[in-house]
Design a protein. Structure first.
Length: 580
């Protein structure tokens, strides 16, 4: 009887507390949750945004002739000095880009079923349109990123891109996708961008009246349009940005490294870039402060409430407050680590203030004993040279300069130069103070698009040809050099008459304007230029300047085209780029 009562008690207890022995629901979200939770659904799209490769500073210049680094653990240092392989690839973007594309594919497959607004069926439609446009544009951007970082020739001589994957891959899907041709990938980019523009506004901006609405949305109310496409959504990818991505893709495809495997021409690249420039107001719209976009006054003046912020900035990342960039790159006397050291090669690429290269002895006025005098103002705005003032302190890089001298400390410069560009001099990294300021990473600047037009227009129509446009390559370069502070009239620019000489000037202007923004490494490759030019530096002793090699560049010819990841080739049997 005692045991029976015990058994009945146990049964009653457990029957009344069934939830104690039943597995509790966990709090993990599942895919089906997105249909009634628009915030959760948008998170799939936002995952791709977080993977945009220009969302941080790369400084791959340290693997080119523009810079070295004093960070002995830098992947770029290892790559540039002979340790680049399909296993050790610091510029690999395969996993990052394909992860983003997989999220975007999933998003596009599900977005029509998501209840994007409980308040309004109209808003639900508009949100769906915007999100679709963003997803298509982002997918094109990541495909472009993959082509730049992994496109190349097979051992059999075929120009290949990467696998085009536009569907959702499930657990049972076949992941062994072959590489598509470079041309097929380019056509996919163009297709995705065209689809994106069907949905996206040119810019995100509040409309004041129904007459301000884009034609394709003029059947909707101003209130609902502003809710979805208004100012609050600035810095999302827009129709204007999609056009810029198209121009960037076309420039890559038309370049010498890829032109034999694609139908994209220099004319196409020029036309796409011109479309963006014309929408901004033509050559006269070049922002007079654009080259100094990183200066504190320009950053702090960003308008976060209405319209585009700086005239220079087409697309930027989120603003943050910090000091890490300065801590990494200030000279040691300013408590920095001096990581990125511009080379003598780059210093010599800046012309004199009168516009002539320093190699033009007859016209430039260059004085080897005073090499920093009367130089293009961009030199002082970009690089800290011996005797420069930075953050209120004179920086002495000569051999008796103390902490800032060449190789004096592990954090001292290796080349005789420190970085100024991108840094805010009102940041204080003194450990007792540590004062951070506003920063933001750059996705696309208008100057990049101007330079893309100049390069493509010169190749298509020569220095003064305009094609169907109102300006030539010379006009664009004249505007850029005038903004830089080159003495006017620009006699050196006027002396250039051939396409070949203009090409050299445009490539140099691109080098100066876009240095330390992640371009040089890729530009050298798409131009098929010499990758092995040694990185040079200077030692200054009692006023004597001795230039010597700081770091050799050990690249083979086939390294114009970077490798596919070793593990991907091993797993899928994909064709590797030739030489790897």
């Amino acid at each position: 009887m005692k045991y029976l009562l015990l058994l009945l008690t146990v049964v009653v207890v457990f029957s009344g507390c069934e939830d104690l022995i039943e597995p509790a629901d966990d709090n993990h979200r599942i895919l089906e949750d997105i249909y009634d939770d628009p915030v959760f659904a948008e998170g799939i799209l936002m995952n791709a945004y977080t993977r945009i490769p220009t969302g941080s500073y790369s400084f791959n210049d340290a693997a080119t002739d523009d810079a070295v680094t004093n960070d002995k653990f830098s992947g770029y240092l290892n790559m540039a000095t002979g340790q680049w392989s399909s296993i050790n690839n610091p510029v690999d973007q395969w996993e990052n880009s394909y992860t983003a594309i997989m999220y975007l594919n999933r998003f596009l497959a599900e977005t029509d079923e998501v209840n994007w607004s409980y308040r309004s069926d109209t808003a639900r439609i508009l949100f769906n349109y915007r999100h679709k446009g963003e997803a298509y544009a982002l997918r094109a951007l990541f495909m472009l990123n993959l082509l730049q970082t992994h496109g190349g020739y097979s051992p059999g001589g075929e120009l290949l891109g990467v696998p085009i994957i536009n569907e959702v891959l499930e657990d049972g899907s076949d992941f062994r996708k072959p590489r598509n041709t470079f041309e097929e990938c380019m056509l996919q980019i163009y297709s995705d961008l065209a689809e994106a523009e069907n949905y996206l506004p040119l810019d995100y901006a509040d409309a004041d009246t129904v007459f301000d609405l884009p034609a394709k949305y003029n059947s909707f109310s101003v209130e609902e349009y502003n809710r979805v496409f208004g100012d609050v959504n600035m810095q999302r990818i827009s129709g204007r940005i999609a056009k810029a991505v198209r121009a960037k893709a076309a420039l890559l495809a038309a370049s010498p490294a890829f032109s034999e495997g694609t139908s994209t021409t220099w004319e196409d690249a020029a036309n796409y870039a011109a479309e963006v420039i014309d929408l901004n107001g033509g050559v006269s719209s070049l922002d007079p402060k654009g080259a100094l976009f990183f200066k504190s006054t320009n950053v702090d003046a960003i308008n976060l409430t209405r319209g585009r912020d700086q005239g220079e900035m087409m697309w930027r990342g989120s603003i943050y407050t910090g000091y890490n960039l300065e801590q990494d790159n200030f000279p040691p006397s300013l408590y920095g680590r001096g990581r990125i050291n511009p080379t003598q090669n780059l210093v010599d690429a800046f012309p004199m203030e009168n516009g002539y290269p320093i190699t033009d002895a007859a016209n430039s006025g260059y004085d080897p004993a005073n090499p920093y005098n009367n130089r293009d103002p961009r030199l002082a705005n970009t690089i800290v040279v011996n005797g420069s003032t930075m953050a209120g302190k004179v920086i002495n890089t000569s051999t008796n300069g103390g902490d800032d001298a060449v190789d004096y400390l592990k954090t001292s410069t290796r080349t005789g130069y420190y970085l100024r560009k991108l840094l805010r001099e009102d940041v204080n990294v003194d450990p007792t103070v540590m004062l951070g300021k506003k920063h933001y990473p750059v996705h696309i600047r208008y100057t990049e698009i101007f330079l893309a037009y100049a390069e493509a227009a010169n190749e298509a129509w020569g220095p003064d040809g305009k094609g169907p446009h109102a300006y030539s390559a010379r006009d664009v370069i004249a505007a850029i050099r005038s903004r830089a502070g080159i003495t006017q009239p620009d006699s050196y620019l006027a002396s250039i008459s051939s396409k070949e000489d203009m090409r050299a000037l445009i490539q140099n202007e691109r080098r100066l304007e876009l240095c330390f923004e992640g371009f040089r490494f890729w530009d050298l490759r798409r131009w098929k230029k010499d990758l092995t030019e040694p990185a040079m530096g200077v030692r200054i002793t009692d006023g004597n300047f001795v230039v010597s090699t700081v770091e050799k560049r050990l690249y083979e010819d086939y390294m114009v085209y970077p490798p596919l990841p070793y593990n991907e080739v091993l797993k899928t049997g994909m064709v590797q780029n030739n030489g790897w």
